[in-house]
Structures are given as structure tokens and as C-alpha cells.
Write a protein that binds this ligand. Sequence first.
Ligand code: FAD
Length: 395
Amino acid sequence: MSETPTHAEVIVVGGGINGVSTAFHLAKEGVRVLLLEKDDIAAGPTGYSGAIVRQHYSHPVTARMALESLRFWENFAEHTFGGDAGFRQVGFVLAVRPEDVPMLQQNIAMQQGVGIRTSFLTPEAIKEIIPYIALQDLGGAAYEPESGYCSPVLAANSFARAAQQMGATVLTGHRVTDFIKEGNRVKGVRTPKGDFYADKVVLATGPWSPGLMRLLGHEVPITPARGKVVLFQRPPHVPEHPVYGDFPYAFYMRPETGHQTFMGDLGPEEAKDVVQDPDDFNRRVPLELIHDYGERLVRRFPVMEDVRVASSYAALYDITPDWHPIVDRVPNWDNVYLLAGGSGHCFKLSPALGRRMAHLVLHDRWIDDEPHLFRFHRFQEGDLVRGQYHYSILG
Ligand SMILES: Cc1cc2nc3c(=O)[nH]c(=O)nc-3n(C[C@H](O)[C@H](O)[C@H](O)COP(=O)(O)OP(=O)(O)OC[C@H]3O[C@@H](n4cnc5c(N)ncnc54)[C@H](O)[C@@H]3O)c2cc1C
């Protein structure tokens, strides 16, 4: 048996989708990577994610990143030596109120401009895609035939495996508890199973990031908050639907295996359901909220009247003030980087985010052809990432 390496060029802390994507992209560049995960790959929020892959963003930079990532998910096996992300291209419909149609159309035009296959649907055209939809309160929709969703646990494990195939070491069950510091550098990390050393360290630690960043002298504006999911068993006569987002009733849904529908909230209110300890929080969804989800679902899809609740859970969003991640070198430290604050929508972007983080680590600058939106200091500079939509997981 080969010995566990204790030295690497880059240590990535965190085996969620963004940590494994970063490790993958670094390994692809020939970097000796060591990934340390406290539990298992995708054991954190990634494993509970809707993993919806849509391109509807309201900022050209994030829209381009969504498109880049979509192409990656589509060709995942090719990129990852036969890996499987469970990507299913079922299409995406985002339906809005009549008064929101001009904004939606402007957004669709921007997205078409960056190369996204998307178009405007009249209410009648929405019915061609989802015949059993009730059209009240709807003025139209955006439609992306190429979008869909992944299997998040499969995707993260396939990414990790591909990184290993390129020489990365992945150690699960290794919780980083402290940093070994020397001047303004971190020489390594401490875990209960021993110390590990590297030239550079990337933190991709989701809602645990504020705790680790405190050890580096930073209060980082990332708030762990509960995102609530309900899985409904569709009645046998209700066929599969595409991924669907509903502005008027503020929900999103996608198909799930076993004739189920995975449903979550689209509004910004979930940011208020703050959690103090990401290792110990209430995972239950209150019964009133389950009923509320059911009511919204049936109002839009009356044929679902007989849906049954299959299961429900709360998992953590790591939310920043502008609902966009921080992807940057950590100030005051020459060799530590942070990729966190996915704010409930950064599964889909992980191929693009991991590529950018790997570039930043290797070259100490953002990729050349794009403004660096996700800077650490943007909050204190008042230079938030602003799209067309109010802040929420929609971006
Ligand atoms: C309910 C829900 C639905 C969502 N739906 C979607 C969606 O449809 N589409 C989409 O694009 N996004 C969605 N998201 C958001 C997306 O899932 C997240 O942005 C993404 O998974 C975050 O991945 P990550 O790698 O940044 O962090 P995480 O998944 O949080 O992973 C961080 C990892 O770091 C590990 N870790 C933490 N501290 C330490 C330590 N000290 N030492 C070692 N390891 C440590 C944790 O165990 C964890 O595995 C959803 C999120 C939730 C909660």
C-alpha cells in the first residue's frame, strides 16, 4: 500500500462540487493536489442540491459562465475519462408575470447575445411544452431546450475520481482544524489525523468557511441559511416535466427519479432562516411549509391535486450579500484562496468556477478575457455583482 502523502503543491479543503472541480482543474494542469474533506465527497450541501443546470442569469459574465459549464456537463464523460454526472437534458422553462415580460425579453436577448440557446414563449407556447400548466398570472416564459439537471453526488464523485486519475490524492474523513502559519503564508493545515503541507491552500468549504476564515483573521460575509426542499410523488397520470421556475408563485421544480418532483423556493426569504452551526442544524421542514409548497404546486398544475409528499429536508445555502460567490485570494495571505458563498446556485457553475480558481492559484490573476466579479473586497467597496433580478438564487 502506498503511503499517504503529507506534502502537495496545492491543498484543496472541501469535497463539495466546487472543491472537486478545483482539484480536477488543477490536476489537469499537472499540479500535485491533495484534497481534504472532513466527511465524504458531496456530504455537505452539494449532496442535497437540486443540481439544476440552467443558463438564465441576468449578468453577461455569469450567463457566459453558465453556458461554459453547460457545455462541460454535456461532455462530462469526455472531460472526466468516462465519468458520469447524471446530466439529463429535460429543458428549462422560467415563467413570469405579464408585467415582467419586458425584463425577461431583455434578458433573453442578452443571453442570446452570449450564445445561449434560449427563446421567449407566449403563454400558449408554454402549454406546448407543459400541456397541464394553468396559465393564470403568467405573461410568458424563457425556454432553454439544452438545460436540465445533474445527479449531484454522482457528479462530485466522478469529478474527484477524474482528479485522482490525473494524480490528485483525495482524503475523506480529514477535518482541517487549524492552519500552520509562517509570516503571511500558510505552510500547511492541521487535522486530527496529522499535518499536511503545501505551497498553496484553497478553501472550498461552503457554509463552514466563516469559521475557517476566522482562524485567518477575517470575518467573511457568508451566512449559512436553510434552503427547504420537498419531494412530491406525482400522480401516475402526470408525466415528467422539464425543469420549471415560477416567478408569480416563487418556486422551482425539476423531475426526480421514481416519478417524483423536487421542489424548492425561488424567493430571497430563505436567507432569513439563518443557522449558527453548519454541523448541527434543524433539517426538518415545517408541516405548514410543506402544505404551502403543495398549494403553490397545485395552483400552477391542477392535475397534481393528488400529489403525495415523498420526503422533505432542509440543507444549507452559503449566502453572500449579493448572492454571488467569493472566488479570490484571501487578503493578507500570500498563498490562501477562497471559493465559497455559492448562495444556492453554484452547483451548475462549478466547472467554470473550478477552472477560474485553478487559473488564479497558478497565475495569481483572474482569467484574461473577463472582469473579476467575485472579488473578496467587493462588499466593503460597495461594488456588488448586480444583475437585472433582485437578489436570490436566480442570480
Ligand atoms: C437545497 C439546495 C438546492 C440547491 N439547488 C441548486 C440548483 O438547483 N442548482 C445549482 O446550481 N445550485 C444549487 N444549489 C447550490 C449548490 O448546491 C451549492 O452552491 C454547491 O453545491 C456548493 O458547493 P461547494 O463545493 O461550494 O460547497 P459545499 O457543498 O458546502 O461543500 C463544502 C465541503 O467542505 C467540507 N468541509 C467544510 N469544512 C471543512 C474542514 N474544516 N475540513 C475539511 N472539509 C471541510 C464539507 O464537509 C463539504 O463537503 C442548491 C443548494 C441547496 C442547499
